[in-house]
Design a protein around this ligand. Sequence first.
Ligand SMILES: Nc1ncnc2c1ncn2[C@@H]1O[C@H](COP(=O)(O)OP(=O)(O)OP(=O)(O)O)[C@@H](O)[C@H]1O
Ligand SMILES: [Mg+2]
Length: 326
Amino acid sequence: MPLLSVQSLKTEFHGRRGIARAVDDVSFDIEPGEIFGIVGESGCGKSATCRSILKLFGGADARIAGGSITLDGVGDLVALPEKRMGDVRGSKVSFIFQDPLTALNPTMRVGRQIAEIVMRHSKASRKEAGQRALELLRDVKVTSPERRLMAYPHELSGGLRQRVVIAMALALQPPLIIADEPTTALDVTVQDQILRLLLERRDRTGTAIILVTHDLGVVAEVCDRVAVMYGGQIVETGSTDQVLQGAAHPYTRALLAALPSAAMRGRSLTPIEGIPPSLIAPPPGCRFAPRCAHAHDACRAARPALAPREGSTPGHLDACILERGT
Ligand SMILES: Nc1ncnc2c1ncn2[C@@H]1O[C@H](COP(=O)(O)OP(=O)(O)OP(=O)(O)O)[C@@H](O)[C@H]1O
Ligand SMILES: [Mg+2]
């Protein structure tokens, strides 16, 4: 039984220019303790997928138009009333977004912010919660944690703020953490430290992590499995080795080809030629066909299913009807 099972998820944003189908029939499972990467160009639906799981759209006019998101022990989150969803966030699924400042209250000392999370979900007294906040800051390797507890967010560096956000995400020991580009805003050394912290956490407590990144080097280093998204859909998924070493989909191959082979790390995805599809009026058939050097009429006629191809190893799926290597 997977920890999380996302099936045929569809999420729409309603805007003045029309309905953007940001997540269009996306399915994947996450096992307990697994680090699952989601990669793809800007605007392909990575954050929309994460936000759907949390049902937090930051005020945007978004709605889940179909599918299910089943969390072990909770049930289908899509159908869950907002009140119960509030209990799930933090205790069952917590999140770390790109910009730690948006996750923190600028007017409250960070120790108090962590303590409040602990108190909201447990019977801990203020004193116990304060003690727990201190332990959590130690856990995420904040130096001089006693002093940092008393700081306001703006008094901390970006890296420290992100550690505080991680401490908050870990406070209730959720089985799943969603980290949407948690290191993009940080410099490279700090990025490494934060990633190591997440890895260590998984190894120690078995927390599963969904890690959204632009960086295939990060995927290679920390992810067990990965999904490559394009135009609101998953075009390839499998173990990190299957996808990075044996890429089958022309889009994945294009992403990899655009990277210098030796040092993948620290490079954002180099844009490949052409522009991503409109999610308001996507092309029929394969969404990558207009940019694909190998596309022919059949590619433009019907959407290819995400499926194993002949001879592929178990768990490796891609959505291309062409033979591998063409
Ligand atoms: N607030 C919004 N209002 C309207 N449409 C939105 C909004 N946020 C996202 N979208 C639509 O959803 C699509 C997917 O956006 P999403 O934020 O999931 O992309 P992403 O893959 O996370 O990109 P990035 O790498 O830039 O973070 C966008 O291309 C856009 O069409
Ligand atoms: Mg995003």
